[in-house]
Design a protein around this ligand. Sequence first.
Ligand code: G3P
Ligand code: MG
Length: 239
Amino acid sequence: MSKIFAHRGFSGKYPENTMLAFEKAVEIGVDGIEMDVHLTKDNELVIIHDENIKRTCNGEGLVRDMTLEELKAFDASATFTGVYGVNPIPTLREYFELVKDTDIITNIELKTGIFEYPTIEKRVIDMIYEYGLQDKIILSSFNHFTVKRCEEIAPEIKRGFLCESWLINYGKYTAEQNVQCCHPIFCNLSKEVVDEMHGAGCEINTWTVNEYEDIERLAALGVDALIGNFPDRMIEKLR
Ligand code: G3P
Ligand code: MG
């Protein structure tokens, strides 16, 4: 049975990557939550998708150019403006406080594709250990150097390589790098690709699976986790 992960929290119905979206995902009983992490000017770990706050907040500017206090002044509800009141950008710590006593699996995507945020891997891993969550985490990134840095710091924490291309031998490449999970975009998952990844011993956690027909097709292919904006639809179809 494929696991059900909420992408940026329950982002189909609530402002993405906010505590509200995470709380609602927990409430409906997801297996896991995916989120995106950046580093502020004063080295705080915050949960937001883009480098610039413009798309999701009522302001603009780079996360890395602002302190946490400055970032907290914005409302991160722009994907649902005016519907759910004010929802600030959460810190990773606030999120961990929410899930620390649950069985929720957390997929932390390190957003180091444009800015590398030196030290982000160490800061994330230190906080994971502070909360004792190391067995309930998957660290992933499109920047595979970031994933390898995570391995150097904490080889025991599960890792995933994100990729949006139709790679040949994605599973073999992943396994050879001592990484346990492939995190491909869902539309690249033919049976041949799924079989190659599983044949290499990899777990497959795919995104962003929103439509009923995709949920059914990917679950039937035996994909390990479906990461989507509408975890309610996945629960309806798969449980
Ligand atoms: O981690 C899966 C997925 O979130 C990767 O793409 O752009 O939604 O962060 P993106
Ligand atoms: Mg993401």
